[in-house]
Design a protein around this ligand. Structure first.
Ligand code: AHG
Ligand code: MN
Ligand code: MN
Length: 329
């Protein structure tokens, strides 16, 4: 038996990266390990979703008036519990909670970081066994150490982000993680329960041939957006739309393309949330060489006004996003 294995686990990878910087403390790596642990627990429930009492609605609506699924609530609680016990997290804000949660024990109050997340993205796909995900991002708090974190810690522009990632519960489970050093993808090896490096140095193609939008909303779009969609059809781009942002953007990262959720007559600011969805996904895509914009400004430049703020988004291959922006303005 040969033990010269080639697999590199997420932990080994982050330790390796940390060693390259003499002043790195490893705190971000610890936080990432904690988040990945919560996601492995979520993955376990997702995988057996048809068997236990996992599918279906929870019977309540969240702060945004959306019906919560059982898995939305489970995933939210799992992330909160794990991060509350983490030595590196001062508090969290989640798509499923009205307000942010400050962890007020002594360890947490002395932690540097806050985490924002969409615990379960693509809820409408849970019951049909299609890909869903978890999205997260990490910021350094602006409030003083030793005190509970405050709302301002969560309302920082995306440009202040330290790291972001997502987990896709798909045909395999993958964690994609971005820092200023770049974007790397790790596939869960179920037999050892570890995420292992499978997609090092991910880059999004400069150009692509896939457009992704809920085209059923076309009648609610303005004329410029309609003509952009006509342009996509004239170019004979393929249309792909899963309805889970994580899955649509994972495809975009791997194959190139553009993903859009623009403003329309019903969703005046688009549908997707700045803090939990648009910011982390834009950070990841930009670190991979792509672009994310509202059509008027770069997503990461927006100073959030409130936790559950929504913004229009055009994101993906740089040339495709630039072309869209040119046509809709
Ligand atoms: P969530 O399940 O976290 O509420 O997010 C759903 C989002 C996103 O994942 C997806 O891109 C979009 O909603 C789909 O919306 P439509 O059904 O309006 O196309
Ligand atoms: Mn979502
Ligand atoms: Mn969600």
């Amino acid at each position: 038996m040969n033990s010269n294995r080639k697999l590199m686990t997420l932990d080994e990878f982050t330790i390796h990266q940390t060693r390259q910087f003499s002043n790195a403390t490893g705190e971000l790596s610890t936080l990432l390990r904690d988040i990945s642990l919560a996601c492995k627990m979520i993955n376990k429930q997702v995988n057996k979703a048809g068997l236990g009492d996992v599918l279906g609605t929870h019977g309540a609506t969240n702060v945004q008036g959306e019906e919560q699924m059982k898995l939305d609530v489970y995933s939210d609680q799992m992330l909160i519990n794990v991060l509350r016990n983490s030595s590196e997290c001062a508090g969290i804000a989640s798509e499923e909670n009205d307000d942010f949660v400050a962890f007020e024990d002594e360890y947490s109050m002395n932690s540097k970081y806050v985490v924002m997340f969409d615990p379960l993205d693509g809820s409408s796909n849970i019951d049909v066994n299609a890909s869903i995900g978890t999205i997260f991002c990490i910021y350094k708090r602006v409030s003083p150490l030793g005190t509970p974190c405050v709302e301002a810690d969560f309302l920082q522009p995306g440009s202040a982000m330290k790291a972001a990632g997502y987990v896709i519960y798909g045909s395999s489970t993958m964690l994609v993680y971005a820092t200023k050093l770049g974007v790397n993808g790790f596939t869960l090896e179920p037999s050892i329960g570890e995420f292992c490096l499978s997609h090092p140095g991910m880059k999004v193609k400069e150009n692509g041939k896939i457009y992704s939008i809920n085209q059923g909303n076309t009648n609610k779009l303005n004329d410029k957006l309609k003509s952009y969609l006509n342009y996509c059809m004239d170019e004979e781009f393929s249309h792909r739309y899963i309805g889970s942002m994580v899955a649509d953007l994972h495809r975009t990262l791997i194959k190139g393309g553009i993903f859009m959720y623009p403003a329309d007559l019903k969703n005046k600011n688009g549908k997707l949330r700045l803090i939990y969805e648009c910011n982390p996904m834009t950070y990841i895509v930009e670190k991979a060489g792509g672009l994310g914009t509202t059509g008027n400004e770069n997503i990461l430049d927006i100073k959030p006004q409130e936790l559950h703020q929504r913004v229009p988004i055009f994101i993906g291959s740089k040339s495709m996003v630039e072309k869209a922006v040119e046509m809709i303005n």
